[in-house]
Design a protein around this ligand. Structure first.
Ligand code: FA5
Length: 357
């Protein structure tokens, strides 16, 4: 670009300005530079504006001809300016679309609709069955003391039964040096926590997450849910345990269900049992049932009458009060109910699995 001269304008000088301004404009790549160009050619002191001002020094006849050329040049440059701005905007949009891999012409994606996780659904179903039978629902800490997870459940330090629960310990120095911290291996620590804070009669269920240092397989996760149950009062017997759990099985799995109790060992109950329901998928006739493995029975929980040592531990009069407790795994119950073949599906976050519930 050259400085405008004080010379009177001529057809040649106007043409020269138009050619050089157009060539310069074509080389500009951004809107700031284009605006500077506009100021220097078409602005109040721009080159072409100055030329137009100089028309007054021309003879009338010449002024008419050169003036018409100057106006035409102004219109041409203004049109070219508009066109260049449009080109730069388009190029910027294309560049950003390519770089960001964003196709602004695509229709928007519909918002994903969330739903309850299958574990949450089954936990709620289990709790509702017990709430309908007069139980309340309480929750407790997932990071727990050894004291509640083991000691208060009649599993002192060094007791071989501790091996039944592969424990994840928390690296924490207790200032008193007495307590070890862990991720609860079951919901049973809530038995003592609830009883310490209440007087019988007690009827509660405790849903919550548990953790075990376990190798995972189709039926074992290292984190999973349990629903604990606890009933304490005067005159509670094993018949109450059986009646309550039978009613639960009917509500969860249908009116026709049969149940079976077999002896099992848990240090905090006496007697201890495991409870099974008869297989709803087959007749136990040995035709290769995936669900009960042809036994005709499906194990769903551990249970038993609360051990007197546990009741003593929380200061209850064992001559007066008795009770029962049970603990079940909701994922395993959901697997049975919906025919899910691998517990690891629950927490692998595959929407194709989760959307089915
Ligand atoms: C217990 O944890 C006892 N606290 C249950 C209990 C409570 C017995 C009250 C008596 C009185 P067990 O380790 O068997 O028991 O676990 C209970 C249920 O938790 C199992 O039946 C199973 O459904 C579930 N469970 C246990 N380990 C896993 C695991 N690794 N992955 C998924 N579910 C599991």
């Amino acid at each position: 670009m050259t400085e405008s001269s004080a010379q009177p304008p001529t057809a040649e000088s106007i043409e020269a300005i138009t050619i050089s301004a157009s060539a310069e404009l074509d080389r500009l790549e951004n809107l700031e530079a284009v605006d500077q160009w506009r100021v220097s050619y078409l602005g109040r002191r721009g080159m072409l504006t100055t030329v137009l001002r100089g028309l007054s020094s021309l003879e009338v006849e010449e002024r008419r001809t050169v003036g018409a050329l100057a106006n035409q040049a102004k219109n041409t440059l203004e049109e070219r300016l508009e066109e260049r701005v449009r080109q730069i905007n388009e190029a910027t949009l294309t560049r950003s679309a390519n770089q960001d891999r964003l196709d602004v012409t695509l229709p928007g994606r519909p918002a994903l609709e969330g739903r309850l996780h299958p574990t949450t659904q089954i936990v709620r179903e289990i709790c509702s069955a017990f709430v309908a039978m007069g139980f309340g629902v309480v929750e407790g800490p997932e990071v727990e003391w050894d004291h509640y997870n083991f000691e208060m459940l009649n599993i002192p330090k060094g007791h071989p039964a501790r091996d039944m629960w592969n424990t994840l310990w928390v690296d924490y120095e207790d200032p008193t040096g007495e307590q070890a911290m862990l991720l609860r291996t079951h919901t049973s620590p809530m038995q003592a926590r609830v009883m310490e804070n209440r007087e019988p009669p007690i009827r509660v269920v405790v849903p919550g997450k548990c953790y075990r240092y376990e190798a995972t397989d189709a039926t074992h996760e290292w984190h999973f849910y349990q629903v604990e149950g606890l009933a304490v009062g005067e005159g509670i017997t094993f018949a109450d345990l059986k009646g309550t759990l039978y009613e639960f099985a009917r509500r969860m799995f249908g009116e026709e269900r049969q149940i079976r109790f077999r002896c099992d060992y848990f240090p905090f109950v006496e007697p201890g049992v495991d409870m099974s329901i008869d297989c709803f998928a087959c007749e136990g006739d040995g035709n290769g049932c995936r669900i009960c493995r042809d036994s005709g029975w499906i194990e769903i929980m551990g249970a038993g009458m609360i051990h007197p040592k546990v009741l003593e531990g929380v200061g209850y009069d064992t001559e007066r009060y008795t009770g029962f407790a049970f603990g079940m795994g909701p994922e395993r119950i959901a697997m049975l109910k919906y025919g899910i073949d691998d517990i690891r599906h629950f927490y692998s976050n595959d929407l194709r699995f989760l959307r089915q519930f």
